[in-house]
Design a protein around this ligand. Structure first.
Ligand code: HEC
Length: 108
């Protein structure tokens, strides 16, 4: 599943990113994969950066974002919904989600 998506995304990006394998292409690929995964998050978290009772999660530095997800996964942060979400993610998926949500800016 993960691998299939990686290949599909690489195929799509190969046509739009001029330097495949470059740092920028890697980042674009992470963002595209993160966007694909984000459907699981955006039923609760809004992507316009507003708070609907659930905290907004866009524009975070990637390392802080991954650290928070890890702390839910490991039970250091205790929230039933986020603990179950975080447990379903592997490291690659957390990094991709961090890249995608981190790339979004609040709309004003
Ligand atoms: C069922 C609703 C729900 C879903 C689905 C969900 N979240 Fe959350 N998320 C929450 C709630 C509620 C909180 C606040 C929990 C708390 O108080 O610790 C939260 C907190 C967070 C935080 C910390 C925010 C902060 O300001 O400390 C991050 C990061 C986060 N979620 C990322 C994600 C990601 C990434 C996904 C998808 C993979 C996701 N969430 C899916 C409800 C959800």
């Amino acid at each position: 599943m993960t691998r299939t998506w990686g290949i599909a995304i690489a195929a799509v990006l190969g046509t739009v990113v001029s330097e495949p394998g470059s740092a920028r292409a890697d980042e674009a690929m992470q963002i595209a994969y993160g966007e694909h995964l984000s459907g699981e998050c955006t039923t609760c978290h809004r992507i316009d950066g507003t708070d609907n009772g659930i905290p907004p999660i866009i524009g975070w530095p990637a390392d802080a974002f991954v650290a928070v997800l890890t702390s839910y996964r490991d039970g250091e942060r205790n929230n039933a919904a986020m603990m179950s979400v975080a447990k379903s993610l592997d490291e690659q998926q957390m990094n991709a989600l961090a890249a995608y949500f981190g790339s979004l800016k609040p709309k004003h």
